[in-house]
Write a protein that binds this ligand. Structure first.
Ligand code: GUN
Length: 300
């Protein structure tokens, strides 16, 4: 079998087009422009790239982008005061504080300072609790993107055996909650799981979110499974020249594509969906702030 490739770049581009159309409709019907504030503390190079891409795509979709860059020596109370101002600003509908934060800050206190209604990352403890109890929440972007791709590819997920490998707060746990909400039978596997290959082989849907390069080979998969690879790992690529590197997922793509029914590539799979879902969440937060119905097709 050779798997269908789930093209996250194309999916994300279509999603951004739909969001752009809904933003224009919101502007003409209600005079509202969704606004997203992104806060970056420090100079982490990967974070700078993310933040630049977020800002560009926000503007391209017709939303307002507000960027706040603070030095990595910023005292935590100063960051909390900025969050308070953004919480109170009616032009700002979504707030994202880029992680990781400098070591002297407590990430949980910072995130929990964000108004849950503006928490477009879905990391605030209230949103975690709302999602876990099946109530209307802001949902973390990467798992939301994975769910959208799964629904697009498979339709109804109810009764499917889904295995999530990885138990992070950002991906593994919310992914499991979303799959449960879609009535899948969900297993969360992790580094202490006793027989990980056998657990993976039960999966109609396998989500790999561990952050270990190519750790899941094709012979751990059920034939025909749908595989969503969240991992983005940089490994040496001497075949491309000395000192060169390349990106791979948590799944060994070549062997997996021989067994799976469908698979997301790395790069070009889940990655592009994350920012698209951030824009989706910003639009959702704007609608909810104004007591309008949720935008079509952008929520779980
Ligand atoms: N750093 C890496 N990914 C993310 C994300 O999705 N949200 C935030 N806030 N920081 C990140």
């Amino acid at each position: 079998m050779t798997a269908t490739i789930i093209d996250g770049r194309a999916f994300a581009a279509r999603l951004r087009d739909r969001i752009g159309a809904q933003v224009r409709a919101l502007q003409s019907a209600h005079g509202l422009t969704p606004g997203l504030a992104v806060v970056l503390v420090g100079e982490d190079p990967a974070s700078q790239v993310y933040v630049r891409n977020k800002g560009r795509q926000t503007v391209e979709t017709g939303m307002a982008s507000f960027e706040h860059r603070l030095p990595d020596t910023t005292p935590e109370p100063e960051l909390l005061a900025l969050i308070d101002r953004l919480n109170a600003d009616p032009k700002v509908h979504g707030i994202l504080v880029q992680l990781p934060l400098p070591a002297h800050m407590n990430a949980a206190s910072v995130i929990n300072r964000i108004d849950p209604a503006k928490d477009v990352d879905g990391f605030h403890i209230s949103n975690v609790g709302l999602l876990g109890t099946g109530q209307k929440a802001m949902v973390p972007c990467t798992p939301l993107g994975c769910l959208m791709m799964l629904r697009d590819h498979l339709g109804d997920l109810s009764g499917c055996d889904a295995v999530v490998v990885g138990r992070s707060n950002i991906v593994g746990k919310p992914m499991a909650q979303l799959l449960l909400g879609a009535s899948a039978t969900v297993t969360i596997a992790h580094s202490r799981t006793r027989d990980l290959p056998a657990t993976c082989r039960r999966a109609d849907i396998l989500i790999a979110a561990v952050g270990r390069a190519e750790m899941i080979p094709g012979d751990w998969l059920k034939p025909g499974a749908t595989v969503i690879d969240v991992g983005i790992n940089r490994i040496p690529a001497p075949e491309r020249g000395e000192g060169r590197t390349r990106l791979v997922g948590d799944v060994a793509f070549d062997s997996a594509a021989q067994v799976a029914g469908a698979i997301t590539p790395v790069p070009g799979g889940v990655g592009p969906m994350t920012i698209a879902c951030l824009l989706a969440n910003t639009l959702t937060a704007t609608c909810r702030a104004h007591a309008l119905p949720d935008p079509e097709g952008l929520t779980p």
